[in-house]
Design a binder for this molecule. Structure first.
Ligand SMILES: *Cc1c(COP(=O)(O)O)cnc(C)c1O
Length: 376
C-alpha cells in the first residue's frame, strides 16, 4: 500500500508531469516571469470555467480577501460579519484593515454561516458579509444575497476551499461559488483543490468598476505606468504558477469526482454509526470535499488521532480554536461571545485524508482503523 497522506500532490503531479513540465519550460524560455502570457491565459480560462466576467490573479488567498475589502472602500470601524468557524485568513484581513470582525454562528450540519445569525448581527455600522464555503460546500448564498440586498451590504465569498463547487438556486439554476457575491476570493495554495506549486490566489467579480479598482490595488494603485491613484499593494501570481494552474484547471472536475468517490467510500463505511456524523450534503450545493470532516460523539478525539497516526494515518483538526477565541482578536472583546455551535464543533470535528489519489485499499485501511478505535 502506498503511504497515506492528508494530501498527495506528488502522485497527482506525476500523472500530468509531461504537460506541467512543458508548460513550465515554456515560461522559462519566454522569460516572461511576471504577468506573462501564461497569467493572462490562465485568468481567461478560469473566468470561462467559472462563468464570471473578471478574474484578477494575485499572490495568495489572503491577499485576495484583502484586496477585495480594500476595493469596497470600507472605513476603519466598519463592521464585517463573518463566521468564527473558519481559517484565520478570512478574519485576520478584516482586523488588518482596521475593520471590526463580527463573528457569527454556523449551521452544525453544513459548517457554513447561518443566515439568521447574520441578520441578527446587522447594525448601522455593518458594511459587508464574508461567507466561507467551508470544506468544499457552499454557504447558503441565495438567502445571504437577499439579506445583503435588503440591508445594502457587500458580499465577499471566501471560496478558497470550494473552487469548482456549484451553488444551486431555488429555481434550479446553478452558479459556481465565488461568482455569486459582489466579489469572490480564492487560494491556489498547493493543498487546495486547485493547487499551484507555490502560493497563488485570485479575485472574481462581474462588476467592471470593482474589477478595475482591484487590478489597480493589486498593482500599487497604478492606473497607468508610474501614475498611482490609490494606495495599493504588490500582489501578483507569477507566470510559472499560472502555467501550472492552467494545466491543472483542465483536470479540476475530474479531481472533484475523485474526492467525491473517496467521500462516498467513507460515508458508506461510517453510515449509521452512533458515534460518527458524516458530512451532510446541502440540497443547494454540490460538495467538492476540500476536507472530509466528521463529527465525533463520545469519542476521545486526541486518542483517535494518536491511534491512527501510529497506523500511518494522518488526521487533522480544522479548526481547534475558533476566531472569537483567538488572542489576536482580544481587542474586539469577542472571547465572551456566545457561539455554542462553533465551540461544540471545534471540540468534535476531525478531518480524514482526502485527495485525488486515494485508492480503495488505502480507504479501507483508514476506515478499518478509525472504526477499530471507536468500537473498542
Ligand atoms: C487557504 C485559505 C485562505 C488563505 O489562502 P492563502 O493562499 O493561504 O493565503 C483563506 N480562507 C480559507 C477558508 C482558506 O482555507
Amino acid at each position: 500500500m502506498r503511504p497515506i497522506q492528508m494530501v498527495d500532490t506528488k502522485t497527482q503531479y506525476h500523472k500530468i508531469k509531461p504537460a506541467v513540465d512543458q508548460a513550465v519550460m515554456e515560461v522559462m524560455e519566454s522569460t516572461a516571469f511576471i504577468n506573462g502570457k501564461a497569467v493572462q491565459d490562465f485568468a481567461a480560462a478560469l473566468s470561462s470555467y467559472l462563468g464570471v466576467k473578471h478574474t484578477i490573479p494575485c499572490a495568495n488567498g489572503t491577499d485576495a480577501l484583502q484586496i477585495a475589502m480594500m476595493a469596497l472602500g470600507l472605513q476603519p470601524g466598519d463592521e464585517v460579519i463573518t463566521p468564527s468557524f473558519t481559517y484565520i485568513a478570512t478574519t485576520e484581513v478584516i482586523a488588518l484593515l482596521k475593520l471590526t470582525p463580527v463573528f457569527v454562528e454556523v449551521d452544525p450540519k453544513t459548517f457554513c454561516v447561518e443566515p439568521a445569525a447574520i441578520e441578527k448581527a446587522i447594525t448601522p455600522r455593518t458594511k459587508a458579509i464574508v461567507p466561507v464555503h467551508l470544506y468544499g460546500q457552499a454557504a447558503p448564498m441565495e438567502r445571504i444575497m437577499e439579506i445583503a440586498k435588503k440591508n445594502g451590504l457587500y458580499v465577499i465569498e471566501d471560496t478558497a476551499q470550494a473552487i469548482g463547487c456549484d451553488y444551486i438556486f431555488d429555481n434550479g439554476s446553478r452558479k459556481k461559488t465565488g461568482t455569486i457575491g459582489h466579489i469572490g476570493a480564492t487560494s491556489f495554495y498547493p493543498s487546495k483543490n486547485l493547487g499551484a506549486f507555490g502560493d497563488g490566489g485570485a479575485i472574481f467579480t462581474n462588476d467592471d468598476e470593482l474589477a478595475t479598482r482591484m487590478k489597480m490595488i493589486a498593482n500599487h494603485g497604478q492606473s497607468r505606468q508610474y501614475y498611482h491613484d490609490v494606495v495599493g499593494c504588490n500582489s501578483r501570481l507569477d507566470s510559472i504558477q499560472a502555467a501550472i494552474l492552467g494545466i491543472k484547471l483542465k483536470h479540476l472536475d475530474e479531481y472533484a469526482r475523485a474526492r467525491q468517490q473517496a467521500a462516498a467510500f467513507y460515508d458508506q463505511a461510517f453510515a449509521g454509526h452512533p458515534a460518527i456524523t458524516t458530512p451532510a450534503p446541502a440540497a443547494y450545493s454540490s460538495h467538492v470535499y476540500h476536507q472530509y470532516t466528521i463529527l465525533l460523539e463520545g469519542v476521545d478525539r486526541e486518542g483517535l488521532k494518536k491511534y491512527v497516526a501510529e497506523k500511518g494515518i494522518p488526521a487533522m483538526i480544522y479548526y481547534p480554536v475558533p476566531g472569537h477565541r483567538q488572542k489576536m482578536f482580544e481587542q474586539f472583546n469577542v472571547a465572551s461571545l456566545d457561539l455554542p455551535v462553533t465551540d461544540w464543533l471545534t471540540q468534535r470535528v476531525i478531518s480524514l485524508p482526502i485527495h485525488t489519489e486515494l485508492d480503495e485499499e488505502q480507504l479501507a485501511y483508514i476506515t478499518t482503523h478509525v472504526l477499530a478505535y471507536i468500537n473498542q
